[in-house]
Design a protein around this ligand. Structure first.
Ligand SMILES: Cc1cc2nc3c(=O)[nH]c(=O)nc-3n(C[C@H](O)[C@H](O)[C@H](O)COP(=O)(O)OP(=O)(O)OC[C@H]3O[C@@H](n4cnc5c(N)ncnc54)[C@H](O)[C@@H]3O)c2cc1C
Length: 422
């Protein structure tokens, strides 16, 4: 079976590794001429780690990223609302990793280069169009970035679009969809070397729905040296859902401290001084919090969507990369099971993954697990003396458990995935 994957991001590369493991050697077309280690922190939740473990990557992940030990929520005054163990510390069979996105992508790419023939990973070629041929195959056209020359038609049995939030393949299926939908919030994202905080492997969130920080370490190397390479995100609501975004959806757009830091000047806790951390940071990126409404179909004959191309979601609950990895494994399984019935395989993949990810998109619009911070903020805007008077332990537990089941990383589901892949 011939497979073309558009995009060598986290989803496309994981799919390539997964297919190769099952004896299908795909060809990847990536539009950038050279993959640079772009982005800042990203999380790989246990269900995704189980899949990457099966692909033989756990040791490399362990050597690069941080095995997240706990997730803690605070109000804007730094008072603790919720703390839960994560990964192995929570009794999962595999860790949760917090890792630099660029390093993670490089690790996947290095592995793909080891496992695929060199000519099957093509750079500097942007997908521009495809047509279904009279024999039911896919004819694709690409633009050579360096020259503007059009290459094609290149024929294949299957075309899988893993080309991210601005997917050109999705735009062909849904030409009137327009730009991603803005939530009203803007994120300033960065990573900087700092002192360790809390356990040294803690992920923290503080604030509420309209003003928030998310902070976690992402480097094993820094951790081993007694330091932290700390990923931080500052989030401010500046508009309403559906308003035109004030800033481009460009992962590499530079952000300015003056645009957000004054509003966080008092966010100094005895366990973390956020303004100092942000002040010490040189390079900051600005990205609007965007997603897209779920569409009714991803699969059209021998073509389908995967990862952010299929289901861009708010980066709430740390799910973007993990869901792309689950897509990759599910699609591989269906393609190998269905054999020659490619359209059937792609529809089966869609019927499993589209409703599951649409539910996460919807839950993230309601703040996902971060809802706990908003509830406490509304009930105790000036802080609290006794948290149990504000929100019961039972209510806190319910919020945390509900999201894990929805996103598929509750204990029962992860154990099932880990067993199935081992
Ligand atoms: C440069 C960059 C930085 C990012 N930084 C962060 C971050 O700091 N934090 C975070 O949470 N998420 C970040 N993300 C998004 C995150 O990687 C995804 O949400 C998630 O990992 C799902 O991955 P994906 O493979 O579906 O999409 P992506 O990781 O976005 O990968 C899509 C790939 O497709 C390629 N591509 C796009 N159009 C075409 C085309 N027409 N033809 C061929 N190839 C094409 C892109 O160059 C890219 O390599 C970033 C994405 C990118 C591209």
């Amino acid at each position: 079976m011939e497979v073309i994957i558009v995009g060598a991001g986290i989803g496309g590369l994981t799919l390539a590794l997964s297919l190769v493991e099952k004896g299908i050697t795909p060809t990847i077309y990536e539009s950038v001429r050279e993959v640079k280690p772009l982005g800042v922190g990203i999380n790989v939740l246990p269900h995704a780690t189980a899949i990457l473990t099966d692909l033989g990557l756990q040791e490399d992940l362990r050597a690069t990223g941080i095995e997240t030990k706990e997730l803690c929520y605070f109000n804007k005054f730094g008072q603790e609302i919720w703390r839960e163990p994560r990964g192995l510390a929570a009794g999962y069979p595999v860790p949760q990793f917090s890792i630099h996105r660029g390093q993670f992508q490089h690790l996947l790419l290095k592995t793909a280069k080891e496992r695929l023939p060199t000519e099957n990973i093509k750079f500097g070629l942007s997908y521009i169009n495809h047509e279904i041929t009279s024999s039911g195959r896919v004819a694709c056209w690409f633009e050579e970035r360096a020259t503007g020359r059009v290459i094609g038609p290149v024929e294949t049995d299957v075309l899988i679009a893993a080309d991210g939030i601005h997917s050109a393949v999705r735009a062909k299926f849904y030409p009137n969809e327009g730009p991603p939908r803005w939530s009203g919030a803007v994120l300033w994202r960065a990573a900087v070397e700092s002192a360790q905080f809390l356990s040294g492997r803690s992920m923290i969130m503080a604030g509420h729905a309209d003003q928030k920080i998310v902070i976690y370490p992402i480097s094993k190397k820094a951790y081993d040296q007694g330091k932290s390479y700390t990923n931080w995100i500052a989030e401010l609501t500046l508009g309403k859902p559906g308003d035109p975004a004030p800033t481009q959806e460009n992962w590499n757009k530079a952000g300015k401290k003056a645009d957000f830091l004054p509003q966080f000047k008092d966010w100094i806790y005895d366990w973390l001084d956020y303004p100092k951390l942000a002040e010490s940071t040189e390079q900051i990126f600005e990205f609007p919090m965007v997603d897209r409404d779920p569409v009714e179909a991803w699969s059209f004959g021998p073509t389908t969507l995967l990862g952010d191309a299929a289901h861009p979601m708010y980066p709430i609950g740390s799910n973007g990369a993990s869901q792309a990895i689950i897509d990759a494994r599910t699609l591989t399984n269906r393609l190998t099971e269905y054999g020659a019935d490619i359209s059937g395989a792609l529809k089966a993949y869609e019927s499993e993954r589209l409703p599951a990810t649409a539910a996460i998109v919807a839950a993230n619009r309601r703040q996902g697990p971060d809802e706990i911070m908003q509830i406490v903020h509304e009930r105790a805007p000036n802080g609290f003396d006794n948290l149990d008077d504000i929100i019961s332990r039972e209510e806190r537990e319910q919020i945390a458990a509900k999201y894990k089941v929805l996103a598929g990383f509750d204990h029962a589901t992860v154990s099932k995935v880990a067993k199935a892949v081992n």
